[in-house]
Design a protein around this ligand. Structure first.
Ligand SMILES: [Mn+2]
Length: 268
């Protein structure tokens, strides 16, 4: 199945008792508190490893263009933490975001994580859920949607893979600077999910819950027919994530304590 051009992997037949969903960690080259919060999150998951699944819903790293990063700078710390969690039996899935869609087979074999090239379908607290990074929902951002098509093309990815790491970093830094400049000029509106895209996602996936990140503003929005949309904030802001366990789905702070729901949003 594809939702808004994103391939969906179906894991609903293999549920785990507890599912932790975290998005947009943007783990950088240098030390950052987000590394500590992520270590703690994985340590909590490893308390009941065979019952727990962790889904990283995209943009685990601020940028990932080269497997040289596996052993470089602070990034290697996340690689080690993920490897430790999967070695203990935690099922960890890492979905591609727009900054780290070059994560591939090498990363998977070193960390023991499964890479998800698109979105996921799984049960969250007994409900049928669709998980997307969220960039595909921002359908008003036409320049990005056009660029995405060629940036993720197998030819482009093959080219990036054979580039020396320094050249790949240079290109990625330039792309980031360009995208920041475009964002500063454009209206905020362009980087929001659209009502039409949310509707299309529910219509295609026929799910009860939609979870996404990417827009970096948490919101829990009930819709008709017991359906709802949960938006994850960027994890590097405060360590907030989602936990589905014992029939409950809700936000948690960086210590794992329950948080009140975030206010609903209105899409245009
Ligand atoms: Mn993103």
């Amino acid at each position: 199945m594809k939702v808004l051009g994103t391939a969906i992997e179906d894991l609903s037949a293999a549920p785990r008792r507890t599912t932790v969903v975290v998005s947009d960690l943007h783990l950088p080259a240098d030390a950052s508190p987000a590394y500590d919060w992520f270590d703690d999150l994985l340590a909590r998951a490893a308390c009941a490893p065979s019952d727990t699944r962790v889904v990283v819903l995209g943009d685990l790293f601020d940028v990932w263009v080269s497997d040289a990063q596996l052993r470089a700078r602070a990034w290697s710390r996340a690689v080690a933490a993920l490897a430790a969690a999967t070695a203990q039996g935690v099922d960890v899935l890492v979905a591609h975001g727009n900054r780290d869609y070059m994560l591939g087979a090498r990363f998977a074999s070193v960390t023991g994580c499964r890479i998800v090239a698109g979105g996921l379908r799984l049960a969250l607290a007994g409900r049928d859920a669709l998980l997307l990074h969220g960039d595909e929902l921002c359908t008003r951002d036409l320049p990005y949607q056009r660029a995405k098509r060629w940036l993720r093309h197998p030819l482009t990815r093959g080219f990036l893979r054979v580039l020396p790491a320094r050249a790949a970093f240079f290109l990625a830094a330039r792309a980031r600077a360009q995208s920041r400049a475009v964002q500063a000029r454009g209206t905020r509106d362009r980087y929001e999910a659209t009502a039409a895209a949310i509707e299309a996602a529910f219509a295609t996936a026929r799910c009860d819950v939609l979870v996404h990140g990417h827009v970096h503003r948490a919101a829990r929005t009930p819709l008709s027919g017991a359906r709802e949309v949960l938006v994850l904030p960027a994890f590097d802001e405060a360590g907030v994530h989602l936990v589905a366990a014992d029939g409950l789905l809700g936000y948690r702070d960086r210590h794992g304590a329950s948080l009140p729901d975030f206010p609903p949003q209105i899409w245009r």
